[in-house]
Every structure is written in C-alpha cells, then in structure tokens.
Design a protein around this ligand. Structure first.
Ligand SMILES: Cc1ncc(COP(=O)(O)O)c(C=O)c1O
Length: 368
C-alpha cells in the first residue's frame, strides 16, 4: 500500500532522539521549557516570522491554549468553517463557548468571507479561519470582517506550516496561529503543536497555560493544564524543521505532476493555488463529480491509500449536533461528499507517483 502520508525520518532525527535520551533530561516543567524545546521554539518563530512560538503537545492543545489565553468561555461565541478537523471547534465547546459554523468556498475549501460577514456579530469573540490542505484562507478579508466587531482572528494553521499568504507565512497574520506536528503533517515529531504570536503578553500567558498556570513552580496563577512538549519531540522537530524547504519543494513537484497528468480528465476539479497563495501542498485533494466512494474503494483495493478529509461536515457530526444549533452548509456538505486526497508526501518515488496516476486515471474512466 502506498500510504496517504509517510513521515520523512532520517539519521538526523534518530541521533537527536539518542542525544535527548543520553542527556536524561526527558522533560522540563519550567516556565521556559527545556533546552530542546527552547531551541525548537526559536527556530520555529524565525521560520514563521513571528516574535514567539510556544511549543505544546498537539495541535488541539495549541488551539485550546490559544482560546484559553483569550479567555474564551461561557457566553462567548466562536466561528469557524464547517469543513475542518473536529478539534478546530470542539476546543471552544470544551471551554463552554458557543460555536457557529461558516460555509466554505468550494474552490479552495476555506472559509467563505460572504458567509462569515453574514454570521459575524457583536456576540462573537474569535474567528478561526482554517488553511485547509495547506492552502491559505483569504486572511485580509477575514481580518477586515473580524475587525468590524473587534473579534480576534486565530489561524488554524495545523496543515499549513510553510504556506504563504501574500508572501507572509500563515500563522503570522492573526493574533495567534496554531500548528500541528501530528504524524501526517508536513513536519512531524509524532505528536506536537505550536502557537505563534507577536504579542508578548499572550506569549507569557500561553507558557503559563501549558504548565498548570505556573511561573516559578507550584505557584499556579491562572487555569492551566499539562500541555508541555517533551524534549524528545522537540529534538525531532528541530531536525525536521531544518528540512522543511526540501519537503515543500518535493510536495509541490509531486502535486504539479498530478495536476499536469490529470488535466485532461473530465468531471473532476483539481486543486489550485489562488494568486494570493503559496501552498505547502500538505494534502493533495481532488473533487470528483460523482461516485466518490466507489473511486476511493477502487484506489484502495489497488494499493493507493487515498483518504477523505473529511467525510462528515461539522454541522452534521454527532458531537456538534448535540451542542451546536443546526444550520445547513451547502458547500461543506458538497465537499464532504465529493473530495478525496491522494498521497503527495516527499519521499514518493517516481514509480509510485506513476502508479498512483495510472490507477487514478483508470478509476476516473471507470466511474465517471
Ligand atoms: C485543521 C486541523 N486542525 C486541528 C488539528 C489538530 O491537531 P492535532 O491532531 O495535532 O491535535 C488538525 C490535525 O489533525 C487539523 O488538521
């Protein structure tokens, strides 16, 4: 099986893990974090072009901590797209806030600015645009709409490390950016997350929140949790970040190869990059007009690990049906029924790429 994604792990990451093990400093609960965590944060912040990067133990923790730092809670409303990973929105519910879902643009799968403008009101506290599949959302327009009501913009950049919006890194334009380092992400350390910000006070608060609200130790000042990133993960992350440019270059090459090969197929829509966007191509997603599940099955039976991100739009997901007032989201529902993603990871061989192309073309000709 050619999996949907494969982490590119080399000798550098293996040696980095050994170095941490030999140091016997596996974690560090201090406010500033351990040596490897601090180094990882420094190079992450430099890469994204922000003053602060705060490492945590998952992308979900990054979003939760960002919302906690903004004091999102009972009586607050947050808005996000209805076509994303669940934790973009469950984090608000966990804090007892209200969630409102916004529809998407079908061309890019990112938040619809028109629908956002319709749904934003003085009741809102935070909007979370998601840079889905690594393609940036229309940040200028989202920020402009949010500013009308004094609403904070927290970027869900879980999938978009290295993607640029009008030449600037995603995660550097909102009040905070939240990244994931989960195993399928462009840069991974197994599990991990990062919050980026230019705001000194928020950075301080985030460091407290990730370690029980403490500053000096056993002096909890605000509500916090244990969201700390272990040193081994940080050491792997350092090595992965050194390679990110080559990862993105290879993904782009693979994605453009697919786009070229599939350009003559009918009844499908290929992924694009808008003129304001430079995607990291973390996920390569095709929209097929009909019979998506049969196409998916055909690919899988032939060893192509095609996957659907995401098969259920959030307005129809069980957890949200219990907690969020139902509203139809036509484009989210359409996307959930018609998209599928193909492997695009950097270590795909030419033979594997050609095989994916062959099987995908066969599938499209068979079912469409
Ligand atoms: C858009 C989006 N938001 C949030 C997350 C949560 O990140 P994690 O799985 O690291 O908790 C993910 C990752 O799965 C994601 O893709």
């Amino acid at each position: 099986m050619i999996p949907i994604n494969k982490p590119a792990i080399g000798e550098e990451e293996k040696n980095a893990v050994l170095k941490v093990l030999e140091s016997l400093q596996l974690t560090d609960s201090s406010f500033e974090g351990g040596k490897f965590v601090r180094e990882f944060e420094k190079i992450f912040a430099e890469y994204v072009g922000v003053k602060h990067a705060i490492a945590v133990n998952s992308g979900t923790s990054a979003i939760l901590a960002a919302l906690m730092a903004l004091e999102v809670g009972k009586g607050c409303e947050t808005l996000t797209s209805g076509f994303t990973f669940a934790s973009t929105a469950t984090t608000s519910l966990l804090l007892d806030a209200r969630v409102k879902f916004v529809d998407i643009e079908l061309e890019t799968y990112s938040i619809s600015v028109n629908d956002l403008a319709r749904k934003l009101s003085g009741a809102a506290k935070v909007v979370l645009p998601v840079h889905l599949y690594g393609h940036p959302a229309q940040l200028d327009e989202v920020i402009e709409e949010a500013e009308k009501y004094g609403v904070f913009v927290v970027e869900d950049a879980a999938q978009s490390l290295g993607s640029k919006y009008r030449g600037k890194m995603t995660g550097s334009l909102g009040i905070m950016g939240c990244f994931s380092l989960y195993a399928t992400k462009i840069v991974t350390c197994g599990e991990g997350g990062v919050i980026t910000t230019n705001d000194d006070a928020l950075a301080e608060k985030l460091k407290m929140i990730r370690s029980h609200g403490q500053v000096k130790g056993y002096d909890s000042k605000v509500l916090g949790l244990n969201l700390r990133m272990p040193q081994i993960e940080a050491a792997i992350g350092i090595e992965q970040l050194k390679k990110i440019d080559s990862f993105i270059k290879a993904r782009r090459k693979n994605a453009l190869f697919y786009n070229e090969e599939f350009s003559k197929l009918e009844n499908i829509r290929l992924p694009i990059e808008k003129d304001y966007a430079e995607a990291n191509w973390s996920i390569y997603t095709v929209y097929v007009k009909r019979r998506r599940n049969e196409i998916l099955q055909y690919l899988r039976e032939r060893g192509v690990g095609a996957t659907v991100y995401y098969p259920i739009p959030l307005n129809r997901m069980e957890v949200f049906m219990k907690h969020v007032e139902f509203e139809p989201l036509p484009n989210c529902e359409d996307a959930a029924e018609h998209v599928l993603s193909l492997p695009v990871y950097p270590t795909l061989t030419e033979k594997e790429l050609n095989y994916v192309v062959k099987v995908f073309k066969e599938a499209i000709r068979t079912f469409l």
